[in-house]
Design a binder for this molecule. Structure first.
Ligand SMILES: NC(=O)c1ccc[n+]([C@@H]2O[C@H](COP(=O)([O-])OP(=O)(O)OC[C@H]3O[C@@H](n4cnc5c(N)ncnc54)[C@H](OP(=O)(O)O)[C@@H]3O)[C@@H](O)[C@H]2O)c1
Length: 315
């Protein structure tokens, strides 16, 4: 069971946070008291209102990024600026912002840093919970389309279309005039169809079902599932360089695909927030929990079948 721990010097200037004290399974997660981080050059210190939960968080806890514990989990937040590092142009104390955390750590805390060049102002029409869900998942979806650069009318297969990245990707791709076929569990089909995609059940026989759903073939595959599922659907591509996997990068490369190049800019975040404010993009936040429920929130995401985007409401 996650317990209580302390990182760094205890003083009056500590904030409550949730992280891990050893790499490995969820049993190494703990609530932590951490010193208020000092914003370095190009960083903003936020009083956090909300923070996104992503598969990358449990991967980080398992040691995939080489982060040395104890460390605070959380890579994307929305909040109010309380201090600025040198060179954080365009932001001021009191601004409502959202963005990505330096080194993809530190967000599940009462105060956290974001990288100013990967932060943007939060429009009033966008709730903190929605804004906190944008940098990682919707940002990846946005960059997928920039990287693939498909012409209107082309068909994109999203392998794993029912998740945090997949649902924004279906919406953004449809807005660009693409036909989108998306693999998903049966519980997500109506949702994907509602966003304009063509849902197809994953599992045995998926390639045959995809050939029926996209009789003219697919021009590109964006993979969010990996493993045998990725290997199976890659057979649909005539040009393997039109494959990008962010779930199983090694297998994606083995199959002839390429890496996603992330943008991580204020411009992309500003564009995503504008789309949300206009009602043109729904990050599909379905599960908002207090920081006290961080362990359960991460477990839902770690199951691989969350009903929508999971977000922690912190302040
Ligand atoms: N830049 C990056 O490198 C980057 C950024 C973001 C995410 N990622 C990676 O991308 C992956 C997806 O992230 P996410 O936030 O979208 O996760 P998520 O919200 O957990 O969604 C994953 C989806 O995969 C689906 N799925 C499970 N097994 C499948 C299979 N065999 N075939 C097809 N779909 C399957 C699930 O569908 P059902 O619920 O319908 O069963 C679920 O909706 C993760 O591996 C994550 O680490 C990488």
């Amino acid at each position: 069971m996650p317990g209580e721990g302390t990182v760094g010097r205890r003083s009056g200037w500590v904030v409550r946070a949730y992280g891990f004290v050893r790499t490995g399974g969820p049993e190494h997660e703990e609530f932590l008291d951490v010193p208020v981080p000092a914003p370095g050059p190009g960083e903003l210190l936020l009083r956090v209102r909300a923070a996104g939960v992503n598969p990358g968080d449990w991967r980080l806890r398992e040691g995939s990024h080489g982060t040395v514990p104890p460390a605070v989990l959380g890579r994307e937040v929305a909040g109010v600026v309380v201090a600025l590092g040198v060179g954080s142009r365009g932001f001021a104390v009191g601004d409502e912002v959202f963005g990505g955390c330096p080194d993809m750590v530190g967000g599940w805390a009462e105060q956290a840093l974001v990288t100013a060049s990967f932060a943007a102002h939060r429009p009033e029409a966008v709730a903190p919970e929605a804004a906190a869900a944008l940098p990682v998942a919707a940002g990846t979806a946005y960059d997928a389309l920039t990287n693939l650069d498909l012409p209107a009318g082309a068909t994109l297969l999203v392998n794993g279309a029912g998740g945090g990245v997949g649902l924004p990707l279906v919406q953004l791709a449809r807005a660009r005039g693409l036909t989108v076929v998306g693999t998903a569990g049966p519980g997500k089909h109506e949702l994907i169809a509602g966003f304009g995609g063509v849902p197809v059940a994953y599992g045995e026989g998926v390639v045959d079902r995809l050939r029926v759903a996209a009789p003219a073939g697919v021009e590109a595959v964006f993979d969010l599932a990996g493993g045998e599922s990725l290997r199976a659907v890659s057979a649909l591509l005539a040009d393997p360089t039109r494959l990008i996997s962010v779930a199983d990068k090694a297998l994606g490369k083995e199959l002839g695909g390429r890496d996603l190049v992330r943008d991580r800019s204020t411009a992309v975040l500003g564009e995503l927030a504008r789309l949300v404010a206009e009602g043109a993009l729904d990050p599909h936040v379905t599960d908002v929990r207090p920081l006290d429920d961080a362990a359960a929130a991460l477990a839902v995401v770690e199951s691989g079948h969350a009903s929508g985007k999971v977000v922690l409401r912190i302040g």
